[in-house]
Write a protein that binds this ligand. Structure first.
Ligand code: DAH
Length: 341
């Protein structure tokens, strides 16, 4: 075969070259471009080309050489792109990785409190956070100029002196009573506001749960039993309770409840300041004045009420040292409660 035919044949052949791997590609390079490769082989024939055609044939051989080089480079690029894409694909990965959130610790504890009271037949009730003076104070037996109103630092709406941010969920008691006659057995969780300087131990808003039970012949013994049940469900079956006399305008008699310190088992530690007891809630028998103010016959009905801070209960359960953490939305803090979810 003449040199020219050989070159043309090789040019065509090169057109359709394929390689699937680095090894195949290297084999092609050796086959065509190495010292003993097909392109160099043509040199033997080149010597036989008549002088007047040498230039033309020389160019053709060079053209072939360029073409093979270019083709191999092309194949290499395509092959590398493919390998690259394959390396980046981790076929064992989950199809849709979803970053799961966690429930807020206050919500976890709130749900637990509600759950305990639900088992006793309590149902949920709620009222507005922006309230009027009547529901927060007057209907709860805080007299107009009663110093007890100073117990809770109130946020007022400047243009409407009667409208305030509720300072406690006790306002929901009045919201419930004005709607219907007893019996009531309600539990009212919600946010409350107080005009306090923000620090690790106080915030201008926090959360409470209120419980109210009104029926015929409700006694202090009923209250005590519910308190004991709640404390033991929340903090463990060995928990003991103690009631200390206290004062709230809306209950008579009033008490504050302590539980035996669940960290030291009542022996006394830094957490309970060596006393063996920690305070968790306020409670008492609904003051007959409150019943009357809300249109309920206090001769026929009696009841008990209790109120607790959700932050306080959460701190007791999880020892959160700084109240501000609850409202900073730091995911590192929230993630710590993953196990409790
Ligand atoms: N409202 C009270 C407070 O915010 C808590 C409280 C005490 C609620 C005694 C009650 C209760 O229902 O009986 O400090």
């Amino acid at each position: 075969m003449m040199l020219e035919d050989k070159i043309n044949e090789l040019l065509k052949e090169v057109e359709d070259l394929k390689a699937q791997s680095a090894e195949e590609l290297e084999a092609l390079r050796l086959k065509y471009l190495s010292k003993k490769g097909l392109v160099n082989d043509l040199m033997a024939d080149f010597r036989l080309v008549p002088a007047e055609r040498k230039k033309e044939m020389g160019q053709k051989v060079n053209q072939l050489k360029d073409k093979v080089t270019e083709k191999i480079a092309q194949l290499k690029e395509a092959f590398e792109e493919k390998a690259d894409a394959e390396n980046k694909l981790d076929l064992t990965r989950t199809a849709y990785p979803v970053a799961l959130g966690t429930r807020h610790p206050l919500n976890i504890v709130k749900a637990e409190i509600i759950d305990i009271f639900k088992r006793l037949g309590f149902v949920l009730a709620d009222g507005p956070e922006v309230e009027d003076d009547w529901h927060v104070f007057s209907a709860m037996n805080f007299a107009e100029d009663h110093p007890a109103r100073d117990m809770q630092d109130t946020f007022f709406v400047e243009s409407h002196p009667d409208i305030i941010l509720r300072t406690h969920t006790s306002s929901v008691q009045s919201r419930v009573m004005e709607k219907s006659q007893p019996p009531y057995r309600v539990i009212c969780p919600g946010r409350v506001y107080r005009n306090e300087a923000i620090s690790y131990r106080a915030h201008c808003f926090f959360h409470q749960v209120e419980a109210l039970y009104v029926d015929e012949k409700v006694s202090f013994a009923d209250l005590k039993q519910v308190l004991l049940y709640f404390a033991q469900e929340m903090f463990g079956p060995d928990t003991q309770i103690r009631l200390r006399p206290s004062y709230f305008p809306f209950t008579e008699p009033s008490a504050e409840m302590d539980i035996s310190c669940h960290l030291c088992g009542g022996k006394g530690c830094a957490f309970c300041k060596g006393t063996g007891w920690v305070e968790i809630l306020g409670c008492g028998m609904v003051d007959p004045n409150v019943l009357e103010l809300n249109g309920i016959d206090s001769k026929k009905y009696s009841g008990y009420a209790l109120g607790m801070g959700i932050e306080r209960i959460t701190n007791l359960k999880y020892q959160v040292k700084d109240l501000r953490l609850f409202s900073e939305n730091d995911v590192r803090f929230l993630k710590e409660f993953e196990a409790a979810n």
